[in-house]
Design a protein. Structure first.
Length: 237
C-alpha cells in the first residue's frame, strides 16, 4: 500500500489542504440524491498502528443495515503516511482507509468512521475529509468529545445533548446515549448527512453495545491485520 505521491508531508501543507476542502463539506441530507436515506450497505472503517515499526493497518467492514450481518470485509497494511499531530489525524489514516474501501467489491451507501467529522477545530475531521475525497455519505462516531463541551445526556438510551464549540457556541455534534446508563458516544456529521440522520443511524447500529457494530467489527479486524503483519515481520527477521 504506497502512500499517494501528492499526499501532504508537512503540517503547513496539511493545514492548507484542510482549508481547501472544508467548504466542500455537505453537512445535510440530500433527499433528491439519496431518497433511500442512509441506504442498506453500511461500512465501518478503523485503523491500528505500530509506530515503532512505521506500520498502519486499516479495515473496511460492510454490514447489512437491517440484520447487521457482515457482508464483506477488507484490510490493508502499509506505512504510516503522516506524523502524529492533533487535529491532523486524518492525514495519518486516510491513505490506508481509502485503500481498504477500494478493496471492497461493493460500494457502501454510508461509511461510519471511528472519529470526528464536523466536530473538529477546522470542521474537517476524518469523516468529513473522507466524504469529500470519495463523495460517499459519511458520519463520525467518536469515543471522546475532543475539545468540545457537552452536558451529560439523560440516562435512557437515545438521550442526547449538544456538543458545542466553546469559542463560538456552535453545535458541532451530539453526545448520544447508546446504552442506558453507559457513557455516551459523540456523533458528528461527516458529509452528505444531517445530524439527525447521523444520530438515528448510530442508534440503529448500536443496538446491543455502546459502539456501533460497524466500529466494533472494523476495530477487531484492523487489530488482527496489524498483529498478523507484526508476526510476519518477526518471522522474516
Amino acid at each position: 500500500m504506497p502512500i499517494p505521491a501528492d499526499w501532504p508531508t508537512t503540517e503547513a501543507q496539511a493545514l492548507a489542504e484542510q482549508e481547501r476542502l472544508r467548504p466542500l463539506v455537505q453537512a445535510h441530507d440530500d433527499p433528491d440524491r439519496d431518497p433511500a436515506g442512509p441506504g442498506t450497505l453500511i461500512a465501518g472503517v478503523d485503523v491500528a498502528y505500530d509506530d515503532d515499526h512505521d506500520l498502519v493497518a486499516a479495515a473496511a467492514v460492510l454490514l447489512d443495515r437491517d440484520t447487521l450481518d457482515v457482508v464483506e470485509q477488507a484490510t490493508v497494511v502499509g506505512r504510516i503516511a503522516f506524523p502524529y499531530v492533533p487535529g491532523l489525524l486524518a492525514f495519518r489514516e486516510l491513505p490506508a482507509v481509502l485503500d481498504a474501501l477500494a478493496a471492497l467489491t461493493r460500494t457502501p451507501d454510508t461509511v461510519v468512521c471511528d472519529g470526528y467529522g464536523l466536530a473538529h477545530p477546522r470542521r474537517l475531521g476524518l469523516a468529513s475529509h473522507l466524504g469529500v475525497l470519495t463523495g460517499l455519505r459519511t458520519l463520525g462516531v467518536a469515543k471522546t468529545p475532543f475539545t468540545f463541551d457537552h452536558h451529560q445526556p439523560d440516562a435512557p438510551r437515545g438521550s442526547w445533548t449538544p456538543l458545542t464549540d466553546p469559542a463560538t457556541g456552535e453545535e458541532v455534534g451530539r453526545a448520544v446515549r447508546t446504552r442506558a446508563g453507559v457513557k455516551p458516544v459523540f456523533v458528528s456529521v461527516g458529509h452528505r448527512t444531517g445530524l439527525d440522520t447521523a444520530v438515528r443511524t448510530t442508534l440503529h447500529l448500536a443496538r446491543h453495545y455502546r459502539l456501533p457494530e460497524t466500529t466494533r467489527h472494523a476495530d477487531s479486524l484492523c487489530r488482527r491485520a496489524l498483529a498478523d503483519a507484526q508476526h510476519a515481520r518477526t518471522n522474516a527477521n
